[in-house]
Write a protein that binds this ligand. Sequence first.
Ligand code: DSN
Length: 434
Amino acid sequence: MSFSFLKEADSELYNILMREVSREHDTLELIASENFVSYPVLEMAGGVMTNKYAEGYPGKRYYGGCEFVDEAENLARDRAKKLFGADYANVQPHSGSQANMAALMTFANVGDTVMGLDLAHGGHLTHGSPVNFSGQLYNIVSYQVLKETGRVDLDAVRDLAKKNNPKVIICGGSAYPRHIEFEAFRSIADEVGAFLMADIAHPSGLVATGLHPSPMPYCDVVTTTTHKTLRGPRGGMIMMGNDKDNPWGKVAPKSGRVKQLSELIDSMVMPGIQGGPLMHIIAAKAVAFGEALKPDFKVYTQQIIDNAQTLAQELLAKEYNLVSGGTDTHLVLIDLSNKDITGKAAEKALEKAGITVNKNMVPFDNRSPFITSGIRVGTPAITTRGMGIDQMKIIVQLIDDVINDAENEDVLNRVKGDVLELCKMFPLYDRFQS
Ligand code: DSN
């Protein structure tokens, strides 16, 4: 892969691409939602299926010439079902947000009540933020974590559910370091007759390998992204453990047969909220799912967790406060309130030192989302590079050096040098280096 066509045709964009290759190689990527895909996934994502219009689903398209993209989409669906033990998978959502939009719009009408984890407590924009479609279309009742434990306050969830009778309860989030308690949420949903939707975008790779509980037996619908711990191309997906008749009795036009829930979700994805699917990305999802079905992927995901737990222990030993006191997953949420630095300043100083993280609100934060009191760190990307326990200890020391002296350019430069040395020991995309 030399990018020779791009180099010759458009040196400006080629140079931008090469600088991104170097950035990814030369820095420590600790953003919990990012990862590095394999060469085969990149090849498929950059391949000729980008040319194909294929509105519809395999065997039922609005365009000719779909025989090969049909094969790719069928493989993506079959592999997803096998990975997650699902009865149904729709691999067309362009992103996790669109997966969530299609799921919510299938199960709730505009104006219905939806419950989700507060964004500032680890939730996601699409779980009810007022600046997102979810907060604008639905009557949102947010639940939170308990201050003492940093874990979802299930008693409060039950009380809120009984008081507000939600149509849908969403469990899961984007900055929640602990296992999602699907079974407990199911019992609450059953008590109030709500649909239960799980958003497993963050831990999906861990779910696929059995290292995080599975939502399939408990949740009516499950959404995920494909590019985080699952290490596929950027995209979304919707699944169900069991396809069922829809409870609203909508019938198929010609036969009068009650539609399956899967048919309602399919038609909400396309034509409901999307048009032409990204067939190159769907095919690349199939490649990534094939990789995730191999035994090595479980070894990888176990290492992600071991690395995150080591990061947590080392941070605790240096008197960092961690939301929930640690992690069960791939991410650690650091509350910097006792460290005399904001999340924003920490993100900036770490970036200057070659360590990429994101500022993040912590539960009960008194700072705005633009400043924040915390940072979120995750291990999927550095684990893909082959880093392990010894490197985690070094990384915590480097983070600590920066946080303790964030305005000292000498310290930041010294750490940047150490980061570069570490990165050289774990090469990434070396076939792209010019
Ligand atoms: N923006 C993603 C994350 O960083 O977790 C979630 O959509």
